[in-house]
Design a protein around this ligand. Sequence first.
Ligand code: GTQ
Ligand code: FE2
Length: 352
Amino acid sequence: MAILKLSDIQSPEEELQAYYAQLRSQNVFPSWTGGGISVEPDSKAVPYVWHWRDLRPQAMRAAQLVGTEQAERRVLRLTNPGLPGLSASNTLLANIQIVMPGEIARAHRHSASALRFIIEGEGGCTVVNGERIPMHPGDLVLTPNWTWHDHVNDTDQPMIWLDGLDIPLLRMLEANFFEEYNEHRQRVGPGADPSVAKYASGGLKPAWDVAPANTYSPMWHYPMSQVRTALERLAAETDGSPFDGVIFEYTNPATGGPAMPTIGCYIQMLRPGRQTRAHRHVCCTNYHVVEGSGYSMVGDEKLAWEDKDVFTVPTWTFHKHVNTGERPSFLFSFTDAPLMKWLGLYREQEET
Ligand code: GTQ
Ligand code: FE2
């Protein structure tokens, strides 16, 4: 393309357009024409709910169509309609993984941090750096940054869980590494559930223990049996937060900080008939309905949910939760809030 000489141009508009064309050819962009700083976050992601009644049959179908030999991981990636083909939320994936009886998902590690929240199946396991972690519904299992992990289903029922990963964030940071283990499975150490034995006794830890100076929690398993007891004990004492009801953060027992540097994990209980006040904050959040029924108002959308559904709240979007059922509702959620807080970017605002 011949570039017009500025001296040949008559109208100021033509001159400007010719100037922009010149800049483009030099790989320079006139910043005043767009793409600058917005007044507040404007997420491309939209409020959305995926229903378990749709997801479960498709997970079973995946298990018929694709073997764990063919797929490094046989997972269904939930994709936000505002982020087509990408991820459930801006920084964090929410995936459904199924491992059938007798199958294994082979050992590997990656710089992406991951969590698993067990939906279905009793007693399969994830092996994390040689520790065998049993998986039961409602359990949270961490496979943090660069820990070896494989999943083994030696039961006679399918194991299905929700995966949360920070892969979109790491892609943006260009920090994704991945490595295969030299065998399909890790050798498993003798402990039944060592990180639980060491750290899950709330306020107690082994006196000799020097937790490794990692950014992530040394406890990799938060069993639902303990979490439920703790929630019920807390609910007997307090209404909790006006915005979230009775809510716990899963913490790193060595520091009191978040479970992983890029992913904060929470569980909350909403009493029957209760609704929370609306607020918004600078973090995106994916929710999983452990049990219960109700809806959440997220921006202008009413997201109706029931047992095992997954829904997403984009960053800086007002949301409130309503339990319409006769049971308490339990919501698990994971967010990029720890990252925002460390970066000094976190804000919260109540809807007025
Ligand atoms: O189970 O190791 O959903 O590596 C995506 C990537 C799960 C896993 C996912 C993974 C895994
Ligand atoms: Fe993995």
